[in-house]
Design a protein around this ligand. Structure first.
Ligand code: GLU
Length: 420
């Protein structure tokens, strides 16, 4: 691991990003302080019976960052590196994400410190159900609505929905989004983050005069977001996917490949590494390949002052939350690389979560066409709002996105006032 100068603490980074936008907006210092702090933080330590009969205590969090605009919303992450500061940062980013997309939610996030790769399905189910019970005191369809994030999926959401419903005594589909279709999920939710990213990349391409047809793309992370993004860019935009990676490493081929075949290969072998006709690259090298579009779709803190000078893409599309440090942002901006910031680029996920929740509350379900068209409309307007702010204020895309988002939350405070 290369040493970097700047902090990689995600919550310090989130606060620095607020400060930067706050300064440009001339925000009152008291209000700035409000925006830099989470409203509510729940830490839970809970026992789970493991398959070997032993009891293990897990630690989980749910941070409800801000609900000035509407109910708290945000995913739940299972990862060995989960920490309170990470969940705080992720919940903070959810607040700006919902605000920049213009959907009526605040921001929250949850996480459990665990290694889901080393747990059986039964262990994961028991851990999920107990964690759901522990946080049930603060979640609910009108309060705080969780969703999938890193290493959680529709099965995880189904267990949470069932746990909450069992305790209520009736089915409560609106308590989580990202559910399987049969219990109230929405068509298009599984690929929504990536489809939204594709629309955002297309809009960015228009601005920097990059045609997506034939454009070369490197995708870091081949989980839900990265794999759908690679597929959609390949199938719907005719882009050339030349590199993808997962936690075990990456693959590169100048000629490009069909990401659907890579996915089938990964499902068989457990990794993208070794896919025929490609050579191996590291996750770090992948980011520096000579491509048009770099899409970090894994974890935070991977574009830093150390590697930003060597990034060659024209566009960086942030599928991951928080992949870029503020120092790296400055370098990329100076170098003329257009970064589509996470809160905008990957906002399609929570947008279709919102559609799912609306469908649950109204008990009326939409077609895939309805979902895709409404998603496209929201992505394109959000992109243009941010772009116009960038042009008007001569700032980079992240600052512009923060300024749009923060101005919206501040407007909510203006109307609601500070209680009491
Ligand atoms: N975990 C996703 C994100 O970071 C989705 C959140 C949601 O749908 O609530 O945006």
């Amino acid at each position: 691991m290369v040493k970097v100068k700047e902090t990689l603490n995600p919550f310090d980074i989130a606060r620095e990003q607020i400060d930067r936008a706050g300064k440009k907006l001339n925000l009152d210092s008291g209000l700035l302080e409000v925006l830099k702090n989470p409203r509510r933080e729940l830490t839970v330590h809970f026992p789970v019976k493991m398959d070997d009969g032993k009891v293990r205590v897990f630690t989980g969090y749910r941070v409800q960052y801000n609900d000035a605009i509407g109910p708290f919303k945000g995913g739940i992450r299972y990862h060995w590196n989960v920490s309170l500061d990470e969940v705080r940062a992720l919940s903070c980013w959810m607040t700006w994400k919902c605000a920049v997309m213009g959907i009526p939610y605040g921001g929250a996030k949850g996480g459990v410190i665990c290694n889901p790769k080393e747990m059986s399905k039964g262990e994961l189910e028991r851990m999920t159900r107990r964690y759901a019970s522990e946080i049930s005191i603060i979640i609910g369809p009108e309060k705080d609505i969780p969703a999938p994030d890193v290493y959680t999926d529709s099965q995880t959401m189904a267990w949470i929905m069932d746990t909450i419903s069992m305790n209520k005594g009736f089915a409560q589909p609106g308590v989580v989004t990202g559910k399987p279709l049969v219990i109230g999920g929405s068509l298009g939710r599984d690929e929504a983050t990536s489809r939204g990213m594709m629309y955002a990349t297309r809009e960015a391409g228009k601005k920097v005069k990059l045609s997506l047809k034939g454009a070369t793309v490197a995708v870091q992370g081949f989980g839900n977001v990265g794999s759908h993004y690679a597929r959609l860019m390949h199938d719907e935009q005719g882009s050339k996917i030349v590199a993808v990676s997962d936690s075990r490493g990456g693959i590169y081929s100048e000629k490009g490949f069909d990401p659907k075949e890579v996915l089938a290969f990964k499902e068989k072998t457990g990794s993208v590494v070794g896919f025929p006709g490609t050579r191996e690259v590291t996750n770090e090298d992948l980011l520096e390949l000579p491509v048009d579009i770099v899409a970090p779709c894994a974890l935070e803190g991977i574009l830093t002052s150390e590697n930003a000078p060597r990034i060659k893409g024209k566009i960086v599309a942030e599928g991951a939350n928080g992949p870029t440090t503020p120092e790296a942002d400055d370098i990329l901006h100076k170098r003329g690389i257009l970064v589509i910031p996470d809160i905008l680029a990957n906002g399609g996920g929570v947008t279709v979560s919102y559609f799912e929740w609306v469908q649950n509350l109204s008990e009326f379900f939409w077609t895939k066409k309805d979902v895709d068209e409404k998603l496209e409309g929201i992505m394109v307007s959000a992109f243009n709002r941010v772009w116009d702010m960038r042009e008007a204020k001569k700032v980079d895309m992240r600052q512009a996105a923060y300024m749009v988002a923060i101005a919206r939350v501040v407007e909510a405070y203006k109307w609601r006032g500070i209680f009491p």
